[in-house]
Write a protein that binds this ligand. Sequence first.
Ligand SMILES: Cc1cc2nc3c(=O)[nH]c(=O)nc-3n(C[C@H](O)[C@H](O)[C@H](O)COP(=O)(O)OP(=O)(O)OC[C@H]3O[C@@H](n4cnc5c(N)ncnc54)[C@H](O)[C@@H]3O)c2cc1C
Length: 490
Amino acid sequence: MSAKRFEEAVAAFCAALGPERVTRDGAELEQANTATFATKALAPAILKPANREQVATCLRIASYHQVPVYPVSTGRNWGYGSRVAPHSGCVLLSLAALQSIQAFDALTGRVRVEPGVTFQQLHAFLRECGAAFQPPHTGSGQHTSIVGNILERGVGKGLYEDMAAHVHACEAILPNGTTLHTNADAAGPALFGLLPQNNLAVVVEVTLQLQAAPRLSQILSFAVPGGTTDVLPTLRHLQSVNQRQAPRLQLAFLNDYRVATQVTQFPHATHDPHMAVPRPWLQTCMQAWDGAPWIGACTLWADDEDELAWRRHALTSALGPLGLTPQMEPAQDNTLMTLDDDGLRCAYWRKTFAMPSTPDLDRDRCGVIWIAPIASIAAPQWQTLLLELESTTLAHGLEPAMALRCAPTGSVRLILGLFFDRDLDGADQRALQCQSALLTVLRRCGVNHYRHTLLDGAPNLDPGVHAVVASLKNHFDPHGVLAPRRYFQP
Ligand SMILES: Cc1cc2nc3c(=O)[nH]c(=O)nc-3n(C[C@H](O)[C@H](O)[C@H](O)COP(=O)(O)OP(=O)(O)OC[C@H]3O[C@@H](n4cnc5c(N)ncnc54)[C@H](O)[C@@H]3O)c2cc1C
């Protein structure tokens, strides 16, 4: 892209949005070019449209001048690349200012949200209305975007697992100015599926189908004494309970490293930060489970005590033959649920200070890279995969913090977090080497990962899928201006 063409495009953006909505330098741009791992790409400007008409105008200008743009909602895609685009020269298109909850239908539980609406905003709104619906949330804190999370095929906590599966309708603007409305009730192809992890269009509104809020919730946990070799057999043994009781029973497995990163901080006073903490040190964090290397954690939801007792019974009966007895936290009034940023504590595990009250992982130079493989619960390579990922991570001086999430569909997601301190000498480079070695393990085991970081490049698509996506891109985005190479490599 020539400097002249870029300057002409910036002049057009300023004329359309007002210069105050176009940032070209300063701390804000520096922050936007920072992720939770080392990146090279630099955005030359940030556009901050105030409404969807301005979004459409930005796309028209970008297409006309052939200037690439990278859309983000709140831009907190931490561990996957934050707001950083796949290559330099992409102008950041921030949709954070589109933050209105357009409508809520208390009968159906459908809510229309713009890209800047955060999980916290929707939570507060539903509480204020006294709505009988449960707001979604994730581990990435209160101030991330519902739409951004959906478009990355994010995983929700509680009653929301596959966030994109809860979309009823949406409005999106294609780079050539076409507006696309999708609606699950309309006859014809269900086109919403083309939008997540594709960057075919900029989504300006999503209608989310909320889940009815159960009155009670309860957490049960149990030790998996045999550790990494026992975790998959245990999970398979519980699959029938998981399938029959979802979504009011949610099962996850966490290893000792993952628990430690969540509940404490790296022991800087006694341990070398270039090494992983030794396993015996972790035992103190796992005392409640007799020092077991893995635990199962199960959340139950119910409308009354009888239903809760029935769900508890289903789980404890399934655990009985394995000789496992769950510990039970007291049942909670689920209607009093609050959102917090506790899920972000693991990102501060390696820092020399505790998580501040307003966490910002890019600003605080927290190192995070996620590896997110997915495979059938029946896949024979799970055990080899877990053991190899564990040993490879340890060999790079990092803790293999792993969590397994069991979807009722029969697939299991592994979420492996590499947490490091970007301020420690050599840590960035070591983490990148580790990430690359872990991807080699995935390839060797023949396992896909369901969510790509900027480091991974675009996914390798099936040839038929590639041909379809290429035709759509050529038609709607002939100059390839929307997030080039993030999810699609021509
Ligand atoms: C400790 C920790 C815990 C986390 N826990 C979770 C978790 O439980 N579940 C989970 O899913 N993630 C989790 N994350 C990852 C991430 O932080 C979240 O997924 C977060 O919601 C993504 O950021 P965002 O909502 O600001 O999306 P954005 O960064 O705004 O968007 C993500 C990507 O989607 C695309 N996109 C966004 N908006 C649009 C749009 N309107 N139109 C077109 N394309 C768009 C862009 O390519 C963008 O890069 C976690 C991260 C950390 C560090």
